[in-house]
Design a binder for this molecule. Sequence first.
Ligand SMILES: Cc1cc2nc3c(=O)[nH]c(=O)nc-3n(C[C@H](O)[C@H](O)[C@H](O)COP(=O)(O)OP(=O)(O)OC[C@H]3O[C@@H](n4cnc5c(N)ncnc54)[C@H](O)[C@@H]3O)c2cc1C
Length: 361
Amino acid sequence: MKVAIMGAGIAGLTCAYELEKYGLRPDIYEIQDDAGGRGFNHTAGWMNIMYRPITDAIAYLKTEFGIILKPMERVHKVNFYSKNNSATMTGKLGYILLMGPGNGSVYRQLKDHIRSPIQFGQVKNFRQLAKDYDHVVIATGTPEIPMVLGNWRTDIAGYIKGATVTGKFDPQTIVMWFNTEWAQRAYGYFVPWNDRKGSLILNMQEVGTHGANINWQKFLKDIKWDIEILETYETPHNIGHVYRCQWQNLIFTGLAGGFLDPLFAFGQIASVASGAAAAKTIVEGADFDKQVRLWLLRNQRLRIMRRYVDKFTDDDFDLAMQVVKSPGFRVLAGRSNVNIIWLLSKLANTLVRHKIEKTIT
Ligand SMILES: Cc1cc2nc3c(=O)[nH]c(=O)nc-3n(C[C@H](O)[C@H](O)[C@H](O)COP(=O)(O)OP(=O)(O)OC[C@H]3O[C@@H](n4cnc5c(N)ncnc54)[C@H](O)[C@@H]3O)c2cc1C
């Protein structure tokens, strides 16, 4: 069986790893000269609370797929700031991992797991690959190919501007800022690499380069951090979904398959899961949609929450800080395994419906 994978990113490399377990060697085509996602290094936070009923994302990848990834650090604290309020969460909250082409990054670690040849610097036409191969896994980390096929709907035109910064940091503390003036209903965040270096990132909606730069300057001015910027990067980060995860002999995985959550724009664990599911589909003829159903359902729930959060004012974000500080939330978040995404999406759905009904009547 001939299999081509477009993209040596999280989903593509995982798919190759799984195919190899079945004795297959796919041909991997990567547009860049190295495996490393969008080409720049940055830190990522894997927050356990986001994946319930999975309690530990690193342990999940090991038991579910045999993928052993080494994080840089554990997250023990998250500081949240809204315009006029703040809150803190502590505990075994998650992990920090390096993304990009650098040594020790998730991409490097996944690449070390596989033996299949990766052809770097290759720009291939997906229609040609579809003719030449029995199966083509689309793992390009962008919605371009499903868009060309009319198989994509953008839910949020996201945009990211980020920087590698130096300063004095706690290596186990992540920081998140919410302020509608410069982040609309998205957010800014900081994930440390160590006690002297980290990634400062601003997630935005519906802006281009110019708007992003203005927001970025406001963000830096507002947070008043004593930092030095080493390098900056920016990229569109569209969130959406495909109408069909499989299209003839194409399988859409990772971001190209809509496996990016619409609330926080996180997608690394779901991208691993979708890459592995594509391999199982190819080898065992397993139903791809069925395998990824829970991830897609999770995104649906997060989309409902996004609709709700999109109406937030700064006062609402201030109120959200009060909720995070409340004893009830602390029990739910820290001492239970309640699926908070499910619970909050139910609540958001009721509140959105209530608002619509109130508007109609
Ligand atoms: C700055 C930033 C911060 C993020 N932080 C987090 C976080 O903290 N937690 C989290 O869970 N998620 C985070 N995400 C999202 C996460 O990175 C993505 O969800 C995930 O990388 C998607 O995996 P993927 O395999 O689909 O794409 P990628 O990992 O991006 O891989 C796609 C690969 O395909 C290649 N490619 C592109 N086009 C072609 C082509 N035509 N032919 C061949 N190859 C091609 C690319 O060069 C790349 O190597 C972040 C994203 C960004 C941009």
